[in-house]
Design a protein around this ligand. Sequence first.
Ligand code: M6R
Length: 365
Amino acid sequence: ALEGYEHYMQKEIAEQVDALSTCMNGRIDLAGSRVVLGGLSNYLRDLARVKRIILTGCGTAWHAGLIGEYLFEQLARIPAEVEYASEFRYRNPIIEDGTIVIAISQSGETADTLAAIEQAKDRGAPVFGLVNVVGSTIARTTDAGVYLRVGPEIGVASTKAFTAQVTVLTMLAIELGRRRHLSQSDAHGLLEDMLNLPEKIAKALKLSEEIKRIAKANIDQPNWLFLGRGLNYPVGLEGALKLKEISYIHAEGLPAAEMKHGPIALISEGMPAVFVATQSSNYDKIIGNIEEVRARGGRTIVIASEGDEQIADYADHLIKVPEVREPLQPVVNVIPLQLLAYHAAVLKDYDVDKPRNLAKSVTVE
Ligand code: M6R
């Protein structure tokens, strides 16, 4: 079933081109500038009127949820926050009328996420699922939902499920936005760009050899930072988690501007700092953050937009990715980070698909 690939993770990274096409297939009505999510069609009218959205999940699904939080706020102007399922389940959360919960899970079997769903249901909130595995427990216990449609994900490190989770959240934010304040032309532009995502991912996948060289040059460094602002902050968190779980390298993801509140003290000569710095409204700000790290001897690995001619001056290693509209950029930007973790783990000769101490689906607390 490896179909010529050496590892499932490698195969699943490459599969993202087709998996995202399948995920979006029939769900984007470009002519009407609308999104059609069959599983939610009976609920969308009510969803567009909700007062608050709580997203919940664990690990990578939580990172997708954080992107969802930013997008619901930005595109649909609905207050949203993401909660770790493991925390949410044991809190005494305030869930008022008009709050809905979205549970995100590849496997649909994660114990903490299931318990968070029960907690929300007990308090009367409608719960929707974003799940990959058809007929899984979470798919069955939620009121309705959207399947990711990316096919089986075997590697413990979640890759194609993450980009599909983000894709579905983006589609949902655009549709809710359309029913609220988002203009038809803005929605149209975003949806048009979404349909181009598979092609942009295919382009980003070509960076693999270049990223392998970067991994090799820095493989002996025991501590890495992953920094971004805005939507690139959750992308950094995801990059750090990938590196930790399969290469056993200590990595930390942070909002870039938090560095000066403590973590910058960690920077020592040659410490890799991966900046996710594609074009965005806070591009100038992140350039400042890159300079601060460099001035202290950090080795900067910068992910930037293809057209960016000035950033080379700030990067020890530069990775250029195709550009899409800012709200969609996370799906492209995470590709080099998935590849970085993959190559690091292979270089270290670790079991990429079955990292130590981890299970694919965490069905115990
Ligand atoms: O199956 P789920 O999406 O509910 O799993 C959640 C996490 O356990 C999962 O994303 C985990 O963090 C991955 N191993 C990360 O690559």
